[in-house]
Write a protein that binds this ligand. Structure first.
Ligand SMILES: *Cc1c(COP(=O)(O)O)cnc(C)c1O
Length: 345
């Protein structure tokens, strides 16, 4: 097997859900969009369902198919993008709860699926999804009379606890929803950490379940090892990889490992990452190519069979930082050709 080995620990996902659930006095859902942040939506949802999770969120209706198939009719599956043209059949047959985010969607939903569950998404300043203050004022009475399952909004800056946008959005959300007799939700992972005023009746963590920041106390969920395909000696002055991007300044040993940007190892990591052999950091030298990386293993006392890209010495967020991105992107880009081993419940 010459592809990387991706180990996914479902017990860690469950432990993270329990830890986040324990920080609030309200219900805790689980966000499993983008194939469970790249880790496998059906297996993640199954483990969380066994642990007691009864509400799941996806981004688009198509993502709900595998989850409904795995979990059966019981859990509520809600859809952030709401009810778009063409979604009606899947919403009906899978029993999904769209989070309606415009007057147009609300009208479309009530006309095509009268009596079918729905929620409402409000925009409190992020300007991405949801009804704005004026629109909500115009349709709130009509919408609330149909008993939505949830009224929700989303925070733009919750990963920065001191950002003034957080209390601003909280205030907007309260102005739009105080006094209604419907469950409310504002917090994702970052919002849970902001404290009880942000929790309302339901939280919607995603990234924290998968071990990513801003949930710094999370249990790590994945490990990724890449196999060494060959090792060669390179003389001082010789070059390595595309565009001769790296030149040996001393006699070196270079390991070529299986894994590249086609596996989600961002090309931006060229010359900016390390892989680990035990506790020893080995620098990635030269360009990341589609299927391969070249690693300077000169300082190792033995020839490695594999090197660790994500593991105890380097977290998903460490790697993300070097690529100038966030853990969310590293996770959701994890390649399809890795040898995936999912263990736990
Ligand atoms: C992705 C998403 C979440 C989950 O956010 P995390 O930061 O991953 O916890 C919650 N709510 C909405 C609307 C989202 O788009």
């Amino acid at each position: 097997m010459s592809t990387g080995r991706l180990i996914i620990d479902l017990d860690a996902v469950v432990a993270n859900w329990r830890a986040l659930d324990g920080m609030t006095n309200c219900k805790t859902a689980a966000v499993v969009k983008a194939d469970g942040y790249g880790l496998g939506a059906a297996t993640v949802a199954k483990a969380l369902f066994k642990a007691g999770v009864r509400q799941f969120f996806v981004a688009v209706v198509e993502e709900a198919v595998a989850i409904r198939q795995e979990l059966g009719p019981r859990p509520e599956i809600s859809v952030f993008s709401g009810h778009m043209a063409g979604d009606t059949e899947l919403i009906r047959t899978l029993g999904l709860t769209p989070m309606l985010n415009s007057v147009e969607q609300l009208t479309h939903h009530l006309e095509t699926l009268p009596g079918h569950p729905f929620g409402i998404q409000l925009d409190t300043g992020m300007n991405r999804l949801g009804l704005e203050m004026q629109e909500w004022a115009a349709v709130a009475e009509l919408a609330l009379a149909q008993r939505p399952h949830l009224v929700m909004s989303h925070l733009a800056c919750a990963d920065e606890p001191d950002h003034p946008m957080n209390p601003y959005q909280l205030d907007q959300f309260r102005k739009m929803t105080d006094g209604i007799q419907v469950p409310r939700s504002l917090a994702a992972t970052g919002g849970i950490l902001l404290g009880p005023e942000y929790h309302f009746d339901l939280t919607r963590p995603g990234i924290g379940l998968y071990g990513g920041l801003p949930f710094a106390q999370a249990t790590p969920v994945i490990e990724l090892d890449l196999p060494v395909v060959q090792v060669r000696d390179v003389a001082e002055g010789e070059v390595v990889g595309y565009s001769n991007a790296w030149q040996a300044e001393r006699p070196s040993r270079i390991a070529t490992v299986s894994g590249g940007y086609a596996d989600g190892i961002m090309r931006a990591l060229s010359d900016r990452a390390v892989l680990f052999h035990g506790d020893t950091a080995c620098p990635l030298v030269g360009r990341v190519s589609m299927d391969l990386l070249t690693i300077d293993v000169t300082d190792l006392s033995e020839t490695p069979k594999k090197l660790s890209l994500i593991g105890p010495k380097q977290s998903v967020d460490d790697l993300a930082r070097n690529a100038n991105t966030i853990g969310y992107e590293v996770l959701t880009q994890l390649g399809a050709r890795y040898n995936r081993k999912t263990y736990g419940k």
